[in-house]
Design a protein around this ligand. Structure first.
Ligand SMILES: C[S@@+](CC[C@H](N)C(=O)[O-])C[C@H]1O[C@@H](n2cnc3c(N)ncnc32)[C@H](O)[C@@H]1O
Length: 356
């Protein structure tokens, strides 16, 4: 194999942002701010993760490979390297209940996906934000760009794969049942159903379902009573005591889908007063995300009082949404101009609540 030469490492992509509408020269008054629910800091989020409480939900809206901000890369080839330290840090702090929402362009996400998988994030669903034709408003010269005009972004749902004794849940569950020496169909007797338990909870492929806590308890009780005595305990999460239904319930991420929501989110790009602007009307951050979409993903995957991380703050849209929903939130922003205006936005949020 010696005669095969490795391809030359690509030159690093440029990281000089081109998307900045406003730059503020004055030094920051505050580098840290918090209220009853939200804590934000100026600086690199990599320096702050350690201080943040365990996240139930992480909303990532960082580099897109489009030079969208100072430090973004100039194309998707720089994306894996850009995200890897962040993804590693998120994994080290996530639990089996944590959902990651990864906003990006389609190709940016494709480039990041192998890194997300490498650090234990399991792909769940790709959601498409369709901004509609209004987003391009006939301004695109298709014979010049030679492709269909893009009006979408993705927001991809990942969960942290739960493991027991090193095995992913499905394998562990199937392995425990096999270890008990009981036939597969006895799982139906254990759960008091005709065939659904063996079919769903012991399926080796994509038809596998997470047993609800009450079913987990039934499988466990049956295996310990009727299984080979030599192998007890069965279905013990710590290998010693019987697994509890409450502990089992925490072995997966939270999710509740509002009626009628699908994976295509038809929602125009931010317009007019939705954009946080300086007096005179100039929008501060060109990457600001809609609050309704941020609220939708946070509400679907957290409960009141849970912790949301927004690693790449911008104008802190996820923090604003989290605050309105009664969740706690942590964020950092590395650019002093964005941090300053992000704080202004958070402060004005607080004021709105006082006025209500
Ligand atoms: C796409 S924008 C986020 C916009 C935000 N979602 C909003 O709605 O306002 C990404 C932001 O992350 C910031 N950023 C980039 N690297 C960072 C880092 N290591 N730590 C903290 N912020 C960072 C950039 O300055 C930029 O403002």
């Amino acid at each position: 194999m010696d005669d095969i030469t490795k391809p030359a490492k690509r030159d690093r992509t440029s990281t000089v942002g081109r998307g900045k509408a406003i730059t503020r020269a004055a030094p920051l008054d505050d580098e840290h701010w918090q209220n009853d629910l939200v804590t934000v800091s100026f600086g690199d989020s990599l320096q702050h993760y350690e201080k943040w409480e365990t996240p139930t939900c992480i909303v990532s809206d960082g580099a897109y490979g489009v030079l969208g901000f100072e430090g973004d890369t100039s194309d998707h080839t720089g994306i894996p390297e850009w995200y890897e330290p962040h993804i590693a840090a998120w994994s080290s702090r996530a639990t089996a209940q944590t959902t990651l929402w990864f906003w990006n362009s389609e190709i940016g996400w494709a480039a990041a996906h192998p890194i997300l998988e490498k650090y234990g994030w399991r792909y769940v669903n790709a959601n498409i934000w369709n901004k509609g034709k209004g987003h391009i408003a006939g301004n695109v010269n298709t014979s010049k760009i030679r492709r269909f005009p893009v009006t979408t972004e993705v927001c991809v749902q990942y969960v942290m794969e739960a493991r027991v004794q090193g095995a992913p849940l499905r394998e562990w569950l199937i392995g425990e049942w096999a270890r008990s020496g009981l036939p597969r169909r006895a799982a139906n007797t254990a759960c008091g159903v005709k065939d659904a338990a063996a079919r769903k909870y012991l399926d080796k492929g994509h038809l596998w379902y997470f047993p609800p806590p009450e079913m987990f308890e039934k499988l466990q009780a049956y295996a310990n009573e009727h299984g080979n005595p030599a192998g007890r305990p069965y279905f013990s999460l710590d290998g010693v005591s019987p697994g509890m239904a409450d502990d089992w319930a925490k072995m997966r991420s939270k999710f509740k889908c509002p009626y009628g929501v699908t994976n295509v989110w038809e929602r125009p790009a931010l317009r007019g007063s939705e954009r946080f602007s300086v007096p005179g009307g100039k929008a501060v951050h060109l990457n600001q995300k809609p609050l309704d979409l941020m609220s939708q993903i946070i509400e679907a995957t957290t409960d009141t009082g849970d912790v949301v991380w927004e690693p790449f703050g911008g104008l802190f849209s996820a923090c604003v949404a989290a605050h309105r929903l009664g969740r706690r939130a942590y964020s950092a922003e590395i650019d002093p101009t964005y941090f300053h205006f992000g704080l202004e936005r958070l402060r004005s949020e607080g004021l709105q609540h006082l006025l209500l």
